[in-house]
Write a protein that binds this ligand. Structure first.
Ligand code: PHE
Length: 451
């Protein structure tokens, strides 16, 4: 099954690719705004607990299934089931995962396109092209579709080059740049007036927020989205890991780096918003909550950058470049899911599969861009709020109940000789059998009822 299959070259290669997938707009945009609106460090605390207790075990389940079966989600789940019904359900869940990954990419590419347009906007204004600059920042179908197309082509170019020469190479190049840019920007924002107030809002916990069910469901959704779980991205990356790799350590590293970068992003965004407040920008909405979502990134921060003079042009470009890089290393992992399916199931070449599927997903993005008011939020909610946690629960069930315990142990032992006598092996298997699926389902139902 493994003959001729592509592989990451080393632990570093896998770590870069998987953290590249995990670290995305979810970390730099989603996490800080959720934290600011859900009790600051109280959210951070709950998030860290969920990342370790829910997302890490689920990530392990995906990696083990991926490496054990060495195939995409649609083939992988039926492969580990011994009964007809399990195989059928596995195939169905796999197809659903591929569909959800494609839909996530369809809306993600539109948002990433906004980031790219914002890299250029301030310079366009400075060099005397105000109309062009306005087009770049104003919401229009033409701008959305054109920049989504550019971003989608970039994504496809990387994926078409394969696991090592495309995904691994670009993630390894871009992730250090991303980290460097965040640190640079934090350094800059901290020198500005108002930053310390933001730091307080972020780091002083408001524990009263902790009892709200909304906080729990938000933190769970955020953790699953951030670690790219449920839709087969980590499963397919797991299928490219070398056989001698220690999976529990690899997964722990990815969880740690992803959470660390989300924390850093909070240190950047929340203080930046309060610097904007000092500059006279309105940062609270009518309900007294901090502006979140598109308005925060696309209006509040650009006003702040605009008020910083020439330095602001550079800071804005660096900031939106950071967002674009974060989005690109994630979008390539989303596209790899249906592309691997096309290669393995429909026997297409990598190149054909990438461009064909890339074109279909771009068509979906176009549809979302045209019927934006109807479709955008619906697709985001359907995929990230509902489908991702459910699919993650199904993957835990497959790893915990359907994959035979000896095969599970054998897979982890390859790369971790002494696993049987470790704490990990005492806790993790019962954990993904009972605790993970139950917790996910309880929170999920609570989330729906509490709507
Ligand atoms: N983890 C990515 C982010 O934080 C999003 C993502 C979701 C990537 C699902 C792949 C699959 O932005």
């Amino acid at each position: 099954m493994t003959d001729g299959r592509e592989q990451f070259s080393s632990r570093l290669g896998f770590t870069m690719a998987a953290t590249g997938s995990a670290v995305g707009l979810g970390n730099i945009w989603g996490f800080p705004t959720q934290a600011a609106n859900n009790g600051g460090a109280a959210f951070l605390l709950v998030y860290v607990v969920f990342a370790c207790l829910l997302a890490y075990p689920a990530l392990m389940a995906e990696l083990v299934i991926g490496r054990h079966t060495r195939s995409n989600m649609v083939t992988a789940l039926p492969l580990i089931a011994t009964h007809r019904r399990g195989q059928f359900l596995g195939k169905l869940a796999g197809l659903y995962g591929v569909l959800v990954a494609s839909l996530i990419l369809a809306f993600y590419a539109i948002v990433a396109g906004w980031m790219m347009a914002h890299i250029l906007a301030p310079s366009a204004r400075v060099i005397g092209l105000p109309a062009f600059s306005l087009w770049l920042t104003d919401f229009s179908v033409s701008r959305n579709v054109i920049f989504c197309l550019i971003f989608s082509v970039l994504t496809a170019l990387v994926v078409a080059n394969g696991v090592r020469d495309g995904i691994e190479r670009w993630s390894t190049r871009l992730m250090p740049v991303l980290l460097g840019l965040i640190v640079l920007l934090i350094g800059y924002v901290f020198t500005q007036d108002g930053a310390m107030q933001g730091l307080k809002v972020y780091l002083i916990p408001d524990f009263s927020a902790m009892t709200e069910p909304r906080l729990l469901i938000n933190a769970m959704g955020q953790a699953f989205f951030s670690l790219s779980l449920g839709v087969g991205t980590m499963l397919i990356y797991g299928s490219y890991i070398r056989q001698d790799e220690n999976l529990p350590i690899a997964a722990a590293l990815v969880t740690l780096i992803d959470t660390g970068i989300a924390f850093l992003a909070g240190l950047l965004i929340i203080p930046a918003v309060f610097v904007a407040l000092k500059q006279g920008v309105e940062i609270y909405d009518d309900y007294g909550s901090l502006v979140a979502g598109p308005d925060l990134i696309l209006q509040t921060l650009p006003v702040l950058f605009g008020s910083l003079g020439v330095a602001g042009v550079a800071v804005a470009a660096v900031f939106f470049l950071l967002m674009t890089i974060a989005a690109l290393t994630s979008s390539i992992s989303m596209l790899e899911v249906p592309v691997a399916f096309g290669m393995e199931q429909m026997k297409l070449s990598r190149c054909k599969s990438t461009w064909l599927i890339g074109a279909i997903i771009f068509a979906l993005s176009g549809l979302i861009a045209i019927y934006f008011d109807w479709l955008f939020v619906a697709v985001v909610d359907l995929t990230t709020k509902y489908s991702q946690p459910l699919l993650a629960a199904i993957l835990c069930i497959f790893a915990g109940w359907i994959l035979h315990r000896d095969r599970l142990l054998g897979e982890i032992r390859s790369g971790y000789e002494s696993v049987e006598s470790s704490w990990f092996w005492k806790i993790w298997p019962p954990y993904i059998r009972f605790v993970c699926p139950m917790l996910i389902i309880i929170l999920f139902v609570q989330g729906i009822i509490g709507q």
